[in-house]
Ligand binder design. Structure first.
Ligand code: ZN
Length: 266
C-alpha cells in the first residue's frame, strides 16, 4: 500500500488514487423500516459477526446525491439537473455520482462512471432476538389486506453502524464537497420518515493506491483498524462553495473534450 496525493484536477481517466473515508453512523430515533422489496434487506447473518442490522449503500448514496444537488442549485450551478431521467451529465453532482447518457434528457453520447463508491453499512452490535416479522400490506384504496407482504424491522435508537465511503481519483475540491455532505447528513433514506434522524461522524481517512478497508473488517476486529487512520482535520481542504465552482469549471472542460472526440469519431 502506497500513500498518494490528491489529484490537482479532475481526470476523465482512472488514476488509481483512493480516498477511503471511514464513517460511523448513529441512528438517534427508534427506526422502523418497512420494505416490500426483498432487495431492501435490513438484517443480515454473517458467519463471523452473527446477525447484524445493515443499511444498503444506495440509501446513503441517494441521500448524499440529493444533498449535493440542493447545494449546487443554491449556488446557481446546473439548476436543471434532476434525479431519475433528467441528469444534466455535466455538473459536479453528475461527475461525482455518475450517470448514463441514455437515461438523460441531455441526450449525450457518453456515460459518467461515478467517483464515489460505497458498500453496505453494518451495525456495531448484533441484532437481539427480535426477528423481523411479516404482515399483510393494507391496500390504501380498499383497506383490505392484499397479497403484498411487508417486512417490518425495528432498529433500536443509538444503534451504530460502520461504513466505508471511497472517493476515486479525488481532488481536494471533490473531497471538500463529499465531506461537507457527510457532515451535514442528519437523516437517511429517500423517504426519511421511515428512517428518522441520524448523525454521521468521519472517524478518519486513508489516501492510498488501493481500497483495503471495509465495514466488515472494521466490525470484525472491534475497531482496531481505526487506529491506523489519519484524522480528517489534518486535511487542509478548500472551502466548500468555491470547491463546487472550481469543480463545475473542471467538469465542463472535461465534458467539452469528450464531446469533441465523440464528434470526430462520427
Ligand atoms: Zn448534473
Amino acid at each position: 500500500m502506497n500513500k498518494m496525493d490528491f489529484l490537482k484536477e479532475v481526470s476523465a481517466l482512472p488514476k488509481g488514487v483512493y480516498l477511503q473515508l471511514v464513517t460511523k453512523l448513529t441512528l438517534l430515533d427508534e427506526t422502523i423500516i418497512r420494505s416490500n422489496d426483498p432487495e431492501e434487506v435490513l438484517t443480515f447473518r454473517y458467519q463471523k459477526l452473527g446477525n447484524r442490522f445493515i443499511i444498503p449503500w444506495r440509501k446513503i448514496k441517494g441521500k448524499l446525491r440529493r444533498m449535493t444537488l440542493e447545494k449546487q442549485r443554491s449556488l446557481g450551478i446546473s439548476p436543471d439537473c434532476h434525479l431519475k431521467d433528467d441528469l444534466c451529465m455535466r455538473c459536479p453532482s453528475c461527475f461525482i455520482f455518475g450517470g448514463t447518457g441514455e437515461t438523460s434528457s441531455a441526450k449525450v453520447a457518453y456515460n459518467i462512471l461515478g467517483r464515489i463508491l460505497g458498500e453496505t453499512f453494518i451495525s456495531t452490535t448484533e441484532v437481539g432476538e427480535v426477528e423481523p416479522y411479516t404482515q399483510n400490506a393494507v391496500d390504501e384504496l380498499t383497506h383490505t389486506t392484499g397479497q403484498a407482504l411487508m417486512n417490518i424491522v425495528t432498529v433500536p435508537p443509538e444503534t451504530e453502524f460502520y461504513g466505508v465511503i471511497t472517493v476515486k481519483d479525488p481532488t481536494k475540491e471533490m473531497a471538500s464537497v463529499v465531506i461537507d455532505n457527510l457532515k451535514r447528513l442528519t437523516r437517511i433514506g429517500a423517504r426519511s420518515v421511515e428512517w428518522g434522524r441520524a448523525t454521521l461522524e468521519i472517524l478518519g481517512y486513508k489516501l492510498t493506491d488501493r481500497e483495503d478497508l471495509s465495514a466488515y473488517f472494521i466490525v470484525n476486529d472491534n475497531g482496531d483498524l481505526l487506529s491506523e487512520l489519519e484524522k480528517i482535520d489534518s486535511l487542509s481542504l478548500p472551502e466548500v462553495e468555491s470547491s463546487y465552482r472550481i469543480l463545475d469549471e473542471q467538469v465542463a472542460t472535461i465534458v467539452e473534450s469528450i464531446n469533441k472526440k465523440a464528434t470526430k469519431r462520427k
